[in-house]
Design a protein around this ligand. Structure first.
Ligand code: HAM
Length: 419
C-alpha cells in the first residue's frame, strides 16, 4: 500500500473539494439560468453502447470487464451515449426541445498528464429535438455563462467553432469517398501540433487543399454564420471564432462542432461538443436531432489555477460552541438548536480544556465562538468574533417545561452576528 490513489485517479482533500464545489456551483447556476434541468444515469453501462457509438479513440480507453452475470460492461467514459439511450426510450414523455444537464464522473484509461486523468467530472448540457442552428448558439452561450460565472472572459478563452458537414462537402469535392471520410477526419483531429511536413506525409495529395483550410482561408459555412449570429445575440460574440482545424475525435458528430481552448493555447481543450443528429436513431429511438457539449473539471481547474482564480477556503463550521466542562449538556442543547436553525455549528466532542477548545475553533476556521462559560449562571452566553476578538452577549432562560430558550432566538441571530 502506497497511500496514493491509482495512477490517474484523484483524492479530493477538503481544499481541492472546495475548489471543485465552486466549479460545480457555476455549472449548475449556468444550467439553471439557461433553462436546463438535471438528470443522472448509471456509472456502468453495457460495453456495446460505446463500442458501436463513441468511435475508436474512446473505445481504446474503456475500463471494461465481465460482471458476475457474464455481461460485458464498461464504466462510462462519456455521457452522450447514456443520454441518447435515455432520451430514445422516453422522449415521448417530454416536450421538445429537451434541455438536460448532468455532472457525471467519467472514466477513461488515458496516459495521465497535466489536466488529463483516468477519471474526471464533466458538465454535460444537451438539447434534443431542435433542428435549428440556434441550438448550437444556445449551448455555446450556456458554456460561456458557466465560464464567466467562474471569472473567466473572452480574454482568457476562445470557443472555436467548425462544421463537419462543411468538411464532408470539402472532402467530397476533393474526391474522398464516403467510406474513407471518417478516417480522414480522425487523422485531421490528431493533427494538432503537427508540422506542415508531417501533415503532407499523412494526407498525401489532399495536403495542399487542407493546408489552405489550416491557414484560415475558407469562408464560414451557412450554419457557422448562423451560429455566430446567435452567439452574438446572446452576448458572447467576442468569445467565438471559426476554426476549421477543429473536427472532434468522437464518431457521432454530424454538423457544427466546437471546442473551448485557453487563449494562450497552453492547455488541452476545456470543453468540446457539437451536433449529433443520427445517434438517437442508431440507438433504436426516433430520428431526433441533438446538440451538446461536455466540459471537464480538470483542465478548467488548471486554467483557473494559472489565472490565480481558485482559492476558496475549505470552510469549517460557522459557529464553534466552547463550553466549561460543567456545561456540556447545555452546550449540546445549544448546538442542536443552532443546527436546526440552519447554522453550521461544531464543538469539541472530547470536551477539552477551555483554551484548547478556543484553539480548535480557530484552527477549524470558525467565524464565531459561542461561549458557554461562567456567566451561564447569570443567564448569559458570550458571542466572540474570532478574527476581531469582538465579543457580545446573548441571554438564555429555561421555560416552564425546562427547555433552554435563547434570547434572541437562533432565528434572529443574523442580527447578533451582524451578517
Ligand atoms: P470530449 O471532447 O471527449 O467530449 O470531452 C469533453 C471535455 O472533457 C474535454 O474537452 C476535456 O476538458 C474533458 N476530458 C475528456 N477526457 C478527459 C480526461 N481523461 N481527463 C480530464 N478531462 C477530460 C465528450 O465527452 C462528449 N461526449 C461531449 C458531448 C456532450 N458532446 C455532445 N454532448
Amino acid at each position: 500500500m502506497t497511500g496514493q490513489p491509482l495512477p490517474g485517479f484523484r483524492d479530493f482533500f477538503p481544499p481541492e473539494h472546495a475548489a471543485l464545489r465552486v466549479i460545480f456551483q457555476a455549472w449548475r447556476e449556468a444550467s439553471r439560468c439557461s433553462g436546463f434541468t438535471e438528470y443522472e444515469g448509471p456509472e456502468l453501462e453495457s460495453l456495446e453502447l460505446y463500442t458501436e457509438k463513441s468511435g475508436e479513440e474512446i473505445v481504446g480507453q474503456l475500463y471494461h470487464f465481465q460482471d458476475k452475470g457474464e455481461r460485458e460492461v464498461a464504466l462510462r467514459p462519456e455521457m452522450t451515449p447514456t443520454l441518447a439511450r435515455m432520451v430514445a426510450s422516453q422522449h415521448r414523455n417530454y416536450r421538445k426541445p429537451i434541455k438536460w444537464f448532468s455532472i457525471p464522473r467519467l472514466f477513461r484509461y488515458e496516459r495521465p498528464q497535466k489536466g488529463r486523468h483516468r477519471e474526471h467530472y464533466q458538465w454535460n448540457c444537451d438539447m434534443v429535438g431542435e433542428k435549428s442552428v440556434m441550438a448550437e448558439a444556445e449551448l455555446i452561450g450556456t458554456l460561456c455563462l458557466g465560464l464567466s460565472l467562474l471569472g473567466l472572459s473572452a480574454k482568457d478563452v476562445v470557443v472555436k467553432v467548425s462544421d463537419r458537414s462543411w468538411w464532408d462537402s470539402f472532402l467530397e469535392k476533393e474526391g474522398v469517398g464516403e467510406a474513407e471520410r471518417p478516417g480522414v477526419l480522425r487523422a485531421l483531429d490528431r493533427m494538432e501540433g503537427a508540422t506542415p511536413e508531417q501533415r503532407r506525409e499523412k494526407l498525401g495529395g489532399l495536403a495542399p487543399a487542407v493546408e489552405a483550410v489550416w491557414q484560415g482561408k475558407s469562408e464560414d459555412s451557412a450554419a457557422l454564420q448562423e451560429v455566430h449570429r446567435g452567439v452574438k445575440g446572446l452576448g458572447y460574440g467576442d468569445w467565438c471564432e471559426t476554426d476549421y482545424r477543429v473536427v472532434r475525435g468522437l464518431a457521432y458528430y454530424t454538423g457544427v462542432v466546437f471546442e473551448v481552448h485557453d487563449r494562450a493555447g497552453k492547455l488541452r481543450a476545456v470543453a468540446g461538443g457539437g451536433r449529433y443528429d443520427g445517434l438517437l436513431k442508431r440507438l433504436g429511438g426516433e430520428d431526433l436531432p441533438a446538440v451538446g457539449f461536455g466540459m471537464g473539471d480538470a483542465v478548467l481547474a488548471e486554467l483557473l489555477r494559472e489565472k490565480g482564480m481558485s482559492t476558496p477556503s475549505a470552510g469549517g463550521a460557522e459557529i464553534f460552541v466552547v463550553a466549561e466542562s460543567a456545561q456540556q449538556e447545555m452546550a449540546w442543547d445549544v448546538v442542536g438548536q443552532l443546527r436546526r436553525s440552519g447554522f453550521s455549528t461544531d464543538y469539541d466532542p472530547g470536551a477539552g480544556k477551555w483554551g484548547k477548545q478556543l484553539e480548535m475553533a480557530e484552527a477549524k476556521g470558525a467565524r464565531w465562538a459561542l461561549l458557554v462559560g461562567r456567566e451561564v449562571g447569570e443567564g448569559k452566553l458570550g458571542v466572540k468574533e474570532l478574527a476581531t476578538r469582538k465579543q457580545s452577549e446573548i441571554r438564555w432562560r429555561k421555560d416552564a417545561a425546562g427547555k433552554i430558550c435563547l434570547e434572541p432566538t437562533p432565528g434572529e441571530w443574523a442580527k447578533v452576528l451582524g451578517s
